[in-house]
Design a protein around this ligand. Structure first.
Ligand code: PLP
Length: 395
């Protein structure tokens, strides 16, 4: 009678972690991926001052905010979008779901590893999910060969490809050449591409490339305040529709939005106007974050490599994706054959919280896990960041 929708693995691990903390056990929190940084002071003040804005906005969002978002992304990396093609909503997650609802029967191509919510959202929207396999050797990036294969096994006329870079759970990005190649396949098959660039502003070298620049025909770029502005709980996301998309898609998105979420919280939209007002002014705030994230990410990566865990140095965001395949024999001898079992053992025996690769689209037998390196207190402006070297012993 009711839909069966599993709860997110993140929430499950949190409950388990909390139990251990309540029992006074030492816990190393690498499970939950949430920005440790506070929104800039002037953005916080703007939210406080906006509390009187109690009316609904239009479903598409405040026009001035949409202007700011369009200009901000142009100044950041040259992404060209007209303000009328920007949709603001209560988080990018619901905007991605709205998009999936707006397209009728489609094959949805989702790389593995990929963020936990794409698969369940595509299924809820009644689509056919095709997993695109990747490998450590190919830096967990999809290849054009895998794309061609997937397109051959399609069931429906419509195809949606979901890309996410810098990625959750891998912290990796695509090169210009890779994006170009993918865009050529997308063009040939008229694929609708959802390019989830929520970590784009947290590219560690500030050289994020937007997919829409390569494929302006049919790309929807999703982004928002959650990661670069440390404001996940504020719930403000944006979808930027590229110029070649049919007006009917925008109409469908606005129609679904008006029947479901109505609009993003209006005081948050007011604060977002300040956040998105001037990319150049806010750049030092973002650079400070990326410097810290890069330092911690590389530090963690070096330590893991010495323990024979396969991992690529991070390029953006705040995750590392760990491949324990070199530990396979040793783990099997201990009866550990799935990523869930691996993460449970790491939690129980070492107090280390990781998310199992099963949550990111892998077969249970693949021994992988996501590590989020963001559980630290935000340093004050005047402090330099010091890595505390107290860490679990790997054996
Ligand atoms: N996409 C990815 C890859 C994410 O990691 C997240 C948040 O964890 C989201 C989207 C959702 O972001 P929002 O807070 O804008 O809904």
């Amino acid at each position: 009678m009711y839909r069966k929708v599993e709860h997110s693995q993140t929430l499950f691990i949190n409950t388990q972690t909390k139990k251990m903390v309540d029992q006074n056990k030492e816990v190393f929190r690498f499970g939950f991926g949430q920005s440790p940084f506070m929104p800039p002071q002037n953005v916080q003040s703007a939210l406080r001052e906006a509390i009187g804005h109690k009316e609904y906005s239009s479903v598409q969002g405040d026009p001035e905010l949409r202007e700011h978002i369009a200009r901000f992304h142009f100044e950041h990396n040259g992404l060209r979008t007209r303000a009328e093609d920007v949709l603001v909503g209560p988080g990018s997650k619901i905007l991605i779901f709205t998009l999936l609802m707006a397209v009728q029967e489609a094959d949805v191509l989702i790389p593995a590893p990929a963020w936990v919510s794409y698969g369940p959202q595509a299924q809820l929207a009644g689509h056919h999910v095709i997993t695109l396999p990747t490998s450590y050797e190919k830096r967990w990036r999809i290849t054009v060969e895998a794309l061609h294969r997937a397109v051959k096994s399609k069931k429906f006329a419509n195809t949606i490809l979901i890309l996410n870079y810098p990625g959750n759970p891998d912290g990796l990005t695509y090169s210009r050449e890779e994006l170009m190649e993918i865009s050529q396949v997308a063009r040939t098959h008229r694929i609708i591409v959802v390019s989830d660039e929520i970590y784009g502003l947290l590219h560690h070298q500030n050289s994020h490339l937007s997919f829409a620049a390569f494929y302006p025909e049919r790309t929807i770029t999703t982004t928002g305040l959650s990661k670069w502005c440390g404001a996940g709980g504020w719930r403000l996301g944006a979808a930027l529709l590229s110029e070649g998309l049919e007006p009917a898609l925008k109409e469908a998105l606005l129609g679904i939005g008006s029947e479901t979420y109505s609009c993003a919280p209006v005081p948050v939209q007011m604060a977002a106007k300040v956040a998105y007002q001037d990319y150049k002014k806010i750049k030092p705030y973002i650079s400070r974050q990326t410097q810290i994230l890069k330092t911690i990410g590389n530090y963690c990566c070096e330590k893991l490599v010495t323990a024979r865990i396969k991992v690529h140095p991070p390029e953006g965001g705040f995750y590392l994706f760990l491949d324990f395949s070199e530990w396979k024999d040793r783990l099997e001898k201990r009866g550990i054959t799935t990523s869930n079992e691996l993460c449970s053992a790491l939690l129980e025996e070492k107090g280390v919280v990781l998310l199992p690769s099963e949550a990111f689209g892998f077969e249970p037998s693949f021994l992988g896990a996501r590590l989020a390196y963001v559980d630290f207190d935000e340093p004050h402006e005047e402090e330099s960041f010091v890595i505390k070297t107290h860490a679990p012993k790997i054996s």
